[in-house]
Design a protein around this ligand. Structure first.
Ligand SMILES: [Zn+2]
Length: 299
C-alpha cells in the first residue's frame, strides 16, 4: 500500500524502530529493496534523489506507484534531498508521498523560509515534508553530496526550526556522512546531540549517511529515537562489486540483463535485510495494519 511519509514515520516513532530508506538508483535496486522488505515484513521508504530521478525518468514513478499499490507492506515514495521549491513541486505532481527540502547549507533564516513555503504547499497536497538542520558530511563520490566538515545540529535551534516550519520529520547532523568512510576515518556519532534533540523535539528524527557506520552505533541511535535511516552506498557497492566480478569472469557471452543483474540484486538484498533487522523494522507491518484499523482505514 502506498502511504504518506508522516504516517510511515509516526508508527516507527511509536514502536521504536527505524524505517529503512533505500535509494532506488535503478529499477533493479528498487525491486531488490522492495523484495527484502516484503520478505521481512517491513515498511519501505523508497528514496529517490533528483539526480536518480533524472536518470530513471519520470515514468519510473509510475512503476513504483503500481508496485506500492500492489504490495501489502507500506511503501512511501520519498524525494531525497530536494534542492528547490520547483523540484519539490515536480515530485508532488509525479506522486511522491514524502518530500525532503534540503536547504541546510543556507543561513538559518533562509532555511526556515524555504522550508515553510514547501510545508505549506506539500501539506495542502497531503504530502509529508522532511527538512535538514546542520549538515551531513560527504566522503566523496555519491549522488547525495554533502560537505567535507560536518556542522552538528544544535538541539535548541532544532526545536525553534521545527516549531516555526511545521515539518513532519527532521534530518539531524550527528556526525554521519554520505558515502563510505575512508579507511583512516573512524566515524563516531554524537549520540549526545541526538539525545538532547529528542528531548526537545516531538516529530520523528531521521538519519542520513547511514552506510558504513558501526552497527552498534546505528542500533543505539534507533533506541534513542531515530525513526528512519537512509542507506544508499551500502546497497550499491555490493551490487557494483558483483557486477564487476561477473564482467571480469572471462565469460564474454554474458550479456542479457536477466542473467547479469539477478546475482547483483541478491547481494543488495543481503545487505538490505541485514539493515532492516538492525533497524528493528522486521515484522513491523502489523503495527501499520492495527493503526489503519484504529483510524478506520481499510488495508
Ligand atoms: Zn542524505
Amino acid at each position: 500500500m502506498l502511504i504518506n511519509g508522516k504516517e510511515l514515520l509516526e508508527v516507527a516513532q511509536k514502536h521504536h524502530f527505524a524505517v529503512p530508506a533505500f535509494n532506488a538508483g535503478s529499477g533493479q535496486l528498487f525491486n531488490a529493496a522492495l523484495e527484502s522488505c516484503e520478505k521481512l515484513n517491513a515498511p519501505l521508504m523508497m528514496a529517490i534523489h533528483p539526480d536518480e530521478l533524472a536518470f530513471l525518468t519520470d515514468s519510473f514513478i509510475g512503476q513504483v506507484k503500481a508496485a506500492a499499490n500492489k504490495t501489502t507492506i507500506p511503501v512511501c515514495i520519498h524525494l531525497d534531498h530536494g534542492a528547490s521549491f520547483e523540484q519539490v513541486m515536480k515530485a508532488i505532481r509525479l506522486g511522491f508521498t514524502s518530500v525532503m527540502i534540503d536547504a541546510s547549507h543556507l543561513p538559518f533564516e533562509e532555511n526556515i523560509e524555504i522550508t515553510q513555503k514547501v510545508v505549506e504547499a506539500a501539506h495542502a497536497a497531503g504530502v509529508a515534508v522532511e527538512a535538514e538542520l546542520g549538515t551531513i558530511g560527504d566522503t566523496g563520490n555519491t549522488v547525495e553530496g554533502g560537505v567535507s566538515e560536518v556542522v552538528y545540529t544544535d538541539p535548541e535551534t532544532a526545536k525553534e526550526f521545527v516549531e516555526r516550519t511545521g515539518v513532519d520529520s527532521l534530518a539531524i547532523a550527528i556526525g554521519t556522512a554520505h558515502g563510505i568512510y575512508p579507511k583512516n576515518v573512524d566515524p563516531k556519532l554524537r549520540l549526545d546531540i541526538l539525545e538532547e534533540t529528542a528531548k526537545r523535539v516531538d516529530i520523528p528524527l531521521v538519519l542520513h549517511g547511514g552506510s558504513s557506520n558501526p552497527d552498534q552505533e546505528l542500533v543505539r541511535s534507533v533506541e534513542m529515537g531515530i525513526c528512519k535511516i537512509n542507506i544508499s552506498s551500502d546497497i550499491k557497492i555490493v551490487f557494483a562489486n558483483k557486477l564487476r566480478e561477473i564482467l571480469n569472469s572471462g565469460n564474454n557471452e554474458i550479456r542479457e540483463p536477466n542473467v547479469l543483474f539477478p546475482p547483483c540484486m541478491e547481494e543488495t538484498k543481503k545487505v538490505a535485510e541485514q539493515k532492516i533487522k538492525l533497524f528493528k523494522a522486521e515484522n513491523t507491518v502489523p503495527f501499520y495494519q492495527s493503526e489503519a484499523a484504529i483510524k478506520g482505514v481499510l488495508v
